[in-house]
Design a protein around this ligand. Structure first.
Ligand SMILES: [Zn+2]
Length: 311
């Protein structure tokens, strides 16, 4: 196990664990056996004598696993999960519509300065998002620890690169969807992504977010299914190492020279432009749009998505 002495988002020194449960005894042992039953090659024997631990950052309120499995364990673990996955996942129409509108929101912002923004899907999984970006005519690059989608995406003209060597100052928009919660060292990755952006480029971070996580941790039910309101999936042992608050993401991005952009309706606005956007007339329009649910929101419930711009 690797002990994280600092908050993975803002870098504040870690305090004591607020949760400490041995991996090889109930409730965590029972949770692992049940949740990973479809993946029999997951080997949790190496976690014997280790504990699942959570800490809460006193500064940014990020709740994170204090002691995390090492790279060798995580590599084997995600390899065992992939053996049961089919290539490419289906996607429903509502989700597709949200992805298209979100991407157009970002592209319209960027197109004030750049005609054809270059995009990178970091942690692309089956490649659905990368294929969408390519379909919209954007020069598209994809990467993932697993190269299962590489050949399929290359055949569609999408460039494939190594996640460990993403280059410097070439890209205008980086999509990360359900990536940062898995990272042992998010600071290292956000710095690398920021380096890959050209000035003015945008990084999107989409992560799980359970607003009632603290209350659930007071009366934890580790047997709750992922779909249950009592689910603790936001801090799933081994997998979800970081549960960020929006202040955590702002602090994380700031350390890499990135400032937030805020979706107002379906338009991205920097902090300096918020006042201009919140005139009385615009507030009324926004209120009506909210009532009609015609405003930006992440597709998945229990997630949050933030956008950051490089300066
Ligand atoms: Zn913090």
């Amino acid at each position: 196990m690797v002990h994280r002495a600092f908050c993975p988002a803002c870098g504040t020194a870690s305090g004591p664990a607020i949760v400490q449960l041995p991996y090889d005894r109930p409730p965590i042992a029972a949770y692992l056996a049940d949740f990973y039953r479809p993946y029999p090659s997951c080997d949790f024997g190496r976690l014997t004598a280790a504990s699942f631990t959570l800490a809460e950052c006193p500064r940014c309120a990020c709740i994170y696993q204090l002691d995390v499995p090492d790279d060798a364990f995580l590599s084997d673990f995600y390899g065992a999960l992939r053996t049961n996955e089919s290539a490419g996942t289906s996607i429903d129409a509502d989700h597709r519509e949200q992805q298209v509108r979100e991407l157009l929101m970002v592209i319209r912002f960027l197109q004030r300065d750049i005609a054809r923004p270059k995009v990178l899907d970091f942690g692309c999984g089956g490649g659905n998002w990368a294929l969408l970006a390519e379909t919209l005519g954007l020069p598209t690059t994809a990467t993932d620890l697993s190269d299962e989608a590489a050949n399929r995406l290359r055949a569609r003209g999408i460039e494939w690169i190594s996640p460990f060597n993403i280059g410097d100052a070439w890209c205008d928009f980086i999509n990360t969807e359900q990536v940062f919660e898995h990272l042992v060292n998010p600071q290292d990755i956000v710095r690398r992504l920021s380096q890959a952006l050209r000035p003015g480029g945008i990084l999107k971070i989409g992560v799980p977010h359970h607003p009632t996580l603290r209350a659930k941790l007071k009366k934890p039910d580790w047997t709750a299914q992922k779909s249950s309101p009592r689910s603790l999936n936001a801090v799933a042992p081994i997998e979800h190492l970081n549960h960020f608050e929006s202040a955590s993401l702002v602090a994380l991005a700031a350390r890499a020279g990135l400032k937030p952009l805020y979706p107002i309706g379906w338009e991205l606005v920097p902090e300096s432009g918020l006042r201009r956007h919140l005139t009385l007339k615009r507030r009324v329009a926004l209120y009506l749009k909210r009532r009609l649910r015609d405003v930006y929101r992440p597709y998945h419930i229990l997630t949050q998505t933030m956008f950051f711009r490089k300066h």
